[in-house]
Design a protein around this ligand. Structure first.
Ligand code: NFS
Length: 664
């Protein structure tokens, strides 16, 4: 019996996506939404109860006490499956970081003339953490040594990852005591694969300890290096004004979408697309100009630094093609659905793969080479322009929302403390006084098995109402951007009185966009600084904060969740647990991990439950710190809000409100 297909409204809560899903349904275009409806998830695999790491299986452990052919218990199988997800996720983030280090090296040695050091201050900061001598050395010389030191972090022979010292002292001691300090980034990933090979590590807790070590190599290693190197090469983000959703596509211009994760090529395509020669070329093809926009984390990278609009998040990559207005979708690595190629065959859209690590059968492959980056970028832009005259009908939804992204941890410091005294002190004070109840990091993907953007929307709305400051990255941030939460004005409409007052004073949105998924390392940095600033304990686990990925789907999300837990955070994932069928493993990643590292990892697909558990955790941490109990009525209505209400009053009431009875 065919499975029932969801209506567009059941599949997404985003109006632009609903419009295009209607079009997809009328024209039988296949998307991840329709494939999710027609492809039942394997219930045994979904619960983590299937082992396929050798050819004696696959073993499906569905009966009580059943083991694999080798005798592996359900707990061992579940821990191995989980550990391998962490390894794959950590590999993705970290390999991305490694490539950036090689780009910096090529730039410093003069082999990549289109790249340069854009943030020398950040380069010097990196140098200090990586034990590279700074002194008065020329930028290129320093950049070369920093690049080599960064590359060394992936495979050095001795010691531990140097960035671990960016964590609070107490946290470093916990890692040392447990023996989970990552030695180098690659080694922990390789060891995870080794341990989970048939007949090796067969103690679930022991495997999961290594999962934490491997993930820490991602969070405080590969991802943190990726963030810093991107800032050095392309500039540390600060606030910019931009727009989000598929309405950013232009009917009369060449539309190029950059999709994937790396800023290296996309920065060049942005430069090429603004080149007068390229704009003239677009005009020669009948277009008025060239519009760039982004999908997934490449979008976040380009948005944070260049203000390039967001076309959408993970589940909108196919919907963008269905608009008929995308002339080229240029992809690099990660989160790119193979389905876009088949779909693009029904339109004029050129799918261009660019990474030597990621080809897709049927796509045009133009391999990126950092040594002649701009030249390749121009070839790609030209190809997009060539497709423009082939367009058929276009269906660009009207929806766009304004946003102000660009909240790097440096900018948050600056915004709160000012130029001369950049500091998180005001944030800590606001939490201590109860104006801000706590902090939630809402991150991660979309998943077509749950209503697109709905969980993100629900939890963020509830947290704002409850005076919780929300920080975001990845596709979660794009979801909030489309909702209009990433503007300072959103505080007036959606935030509780205490949070609103802080946002009004600082002039910041109540939801801060911190960047792409590798930029979750910025969240680690902010948490570490909050812990060392004073007043909120002395470790990340003391802070009234929660991390979550309510619509997660990727292995990278599992790695992020694990390094956040190992860093002391309480993490709640939505959708479903990859080990839901294994009580022993569930107990290990919750209660046992909490005993060991102070953080725990839970899964629930109930949005109300995500909010309830988060607020309960925040209040528990506030109480443990001896902070006043959160009181929603304490702060009343802040300035701008009162003025807004005053403006809307009828004239007579205005007079009375302003002068009281004496005016009569
Ligand atoms: Ni993160 Fe970014 Fe999006 Fe999920 Fe994919 S784009 S790295 S994995 S889907 S948030």
């Amino acid at each position: 019996m065919a499975k029932k297909l969801r209506t567009p409204e059941e599949a997404s809560c985003d109006p632009a996506s609903i419009t295009l899903l209607e079009l997809a349904s009328e024209n039988d275009y296949e998307t991840a939404f329709s494939r999710a409806d027609s492809t039942a998830a394997c219930p045994i695999g979904a619960d983590g109860m299937c082992c396929k790491i050798c050819a004696m299986g696959p073993c499906r452990l569905v009966k009580k006490g059943q083991t694999g052919v080798c005798g592996a218990t359900l707990e061992t199988v579940g821990a191995r499956n989980f550990g391998r997800m962490v390894a794959a996720g950590a590999a993705g983030h970290s390999d991305h970081g490694r490539d950036l280090a090689y780009t910096l090296l090529a730039a410093a040695e003069g082999h990549a003339p289109d790249y340069q050091v854009r943030d020398p201050a950040k380069l010097r900061e990196m140098a200090r953490y990586l034990d590279v001598e700074v002194d008065e050395r020329p930028v290129d010389e320093l950049a070369r040594d920093v690049a080599l030191a960064a590359i060394g972090e992936f495979g050095k022979a001795q010691g531990e990852i140097l960035y671990l010292k960016r964590a609070p002292k107490k946290r470093q001691e916990i890692w040392k005591k447990l023996g989970i300090e990552p030695r180098n980034i690659d080694r922990e990933i390789v060891e995870m694969m080794h341990r989970t090979h048939i007949g090796n590590d067969q103690d679930a807790e022991h495997i999961l300890d290594h999962a934490m070590r491997c993930a820490l190599g991602d969070g405080w290693g590969g991802s943190m290096l990726a963030t810093d190197l991107s800032d050095v090469l392309f500039g540390t983000p600060g606030p910019v004004l931009s727009e989000a959703n598929l309405g950013v596509l232009q009917a009369d211009e060449v539309n190029i979408i950059i999709h994937g994760h790396e800023p290296t090529l996309s920065e060049m395509i942005i430069a090429a697309a603004t080149d007068p020669e390229m704009i003239e070329y677009a005009k020669s093809k009948g277009a008025k100009g060239i519009t760039m926009s982004g999908i997934c984390c490449t979008a976040n990278e380009a948005l944070m630094r260049q203000g390039v609009p967001l076309a959408g998040n993970f589940l909108q990559q196919e919907l963008a093609i269905i608009t008929g207005a995308v002339d080229a979708m240029v992809v690099d690595i990660q989160c790119i659905m193979q389905g876009i190629v088949k779909l693009a065959d029904q339109f004029h859209t050129e799918i261009i793969t660019t990474s030597r690590k990621a080809k897709i059968t049927g796509a045009t492959h133009i391999e990126f080479d950092e040594h002649r980056a701009l030249e390749i970028a121009k070839d790609i832009v030209r190809l997009a322009c060539d497709r423009f005259p082939e367009r058929g009908d276009t269906h660009i939804p009207d929806e766009t929302a304004e946003l102000i992204p660009g909240f790097s941890h440096e900018y948050i410091n600056y915004a709160l403390g000012g130029t001369y005294r950049g500091s998180l002190r005001p944030l800590n004070d606001a939490i201590m006084s109860g104006r801000i109840r706590g902090v939630v990091a809402n991150i991660g993907c979309n998943n077509p098995r749950v209503r697109h953007d709905e969980m993100h929307r629900y939890v963020v709305t509830e947290f704002l109402k409850n005076d919780v400051l929300v920080v975001e990255t990845g596709c979660g941030a794009i979801a909030s951007a489309k909702q209009g939460y990433l503007t300072p004005e959103a505080a007036l409409e959606f935030a509780g009185p205490g949070l609103r007052e802080v946002c009004e004073t600082v002039g910041m949105p109540p939801v801060l966009h911190l960047g792409s998924c590798v930029d979750n390392s910025r969240i680690l940095t902010v948490l570490a600084q909050m812990a060392t600033e004073g007043g909120l304990g002395d470790d990340i686990s003391d802070i009234p904060a929660v991390g979550m990925a309510p619509e997660w789907m990727s292995e990278k999300a599992i790695s992020i969740a694990t390094y956040c837990v190992a860093s002391g955070a309480y993490v709640i994932m939505g959708h479903s647990s990859p080990v839901s069928g294994i009580e022993g493993v569930t107990q290990l990643i919750t209660d046992r991990w909490e005993e060991k590292v102070g953080g725990r990892l839970e899964f629930t697909n109930e949005p109300e439950e995500v909010v309830r558990r988060s607020l309960a955790h925040i209040d528990k941490k506030r109480a443990a710190l001896g902070l006043p109990e959160y009181d929603p009525d304490k702060w009343g209505k802040s300035g701008d809000w009162r003025i807004q209400e005053f403006i809307e009053l009828p004239f007579a009431e205005k007079i009375e409100a302003a002068y009281g009875n004496s005016a009569k």
